[in-house]
Design a protein around this ligand. Structure first.
Ligand code: ZN
Length: 197
């Protein structure tokens, strides 16, 4: 037998085996119940879906890494620019635009930058809108405290509040009743005087 013939024979053998196996698969498929073949379809569907999710996930991870890289690059750049500002300002006089206070230059003092000095000045500057706002807040807080004390001392004159009424309501009612009583007395007196005449 020639070598080529041997190969041809082998190919034929394999083809026959392949045909048998394909037939076997078809038979198995035919013998499967409807539920089984549905289950098989579902497995295939899930595998496809799973693969897609995996791909999306790795794409998102890659994008996330890229964003994180971008953020850290920007933060580094920001830090360099801030150092640059501090260097540029280090040999300058700077004036407060609100009160004119002058400070600087901070040569050689790298711990206290001009911007930090400015920040500190703003807290104390009598003309800076922020410190003015802060002072006004403190004034209003003090006034608020005082009013609250006045109010509390008034409503705590009520030794016990009535059911269904707040202490505030009870206090208001007492005052109203007292005022009305006073008016009534006044009216009676006025009427009495009139009848005496
Ligand atoms: Zn100032």
């Amino acid at each position: 037998m020639r070598r080529d013939d041997k190969w041809i024979l082998r190919i034929k053998e394999l083809e026959a085996e392949n045909k048998l196996l394909t037939e076997e698969i078809e038979r198995i498929k035919d013998s499967m119940s409807w539920t089984e073949s549905k289950a098989l379809d579902r497995v295939y569907e899930l595998e496809t879906e799973n693969k897609k999710i995996r791909e999306d996930h790795s794409m998102l991870l890659a994008r996330f890494d890229a964003d994180a890289m971008l953020i850290s690059n920007l933060a580094a750049k920001n830090k360099r620019l801030e150092a640059w500002i501090d260097d540029l300002q280090s040999e300058m006089y700077i004036n407060c635009v609100y009160c004119g206070h002058r400070y600087g230059p901070n040569k050689g003092d790298h711990l206290v930058t001009m911007r930090k000095t400015l920040e500190k000045h703003i807290e104390e500057c009598p003309k800076h809108p922020l410190s003015m706002a802060r002072n006004r807040i403190m004034e209003l807080e003090a006034e608020n405290r005082w009013l609250r004390e006045q109010y509390n001392s008034l409503i705590f004159e009520v030794s016990y509040k009535f059911p269904g009424e707040s202490r505030h309501d009870t206090a208001k009612r007492y005052i109203r009743e007292r005022e009305e009583y006073g008016i009534e007395i006044g009216t009676k007196q006025a009427l009495g005087e009139a009848s005496d005449e």
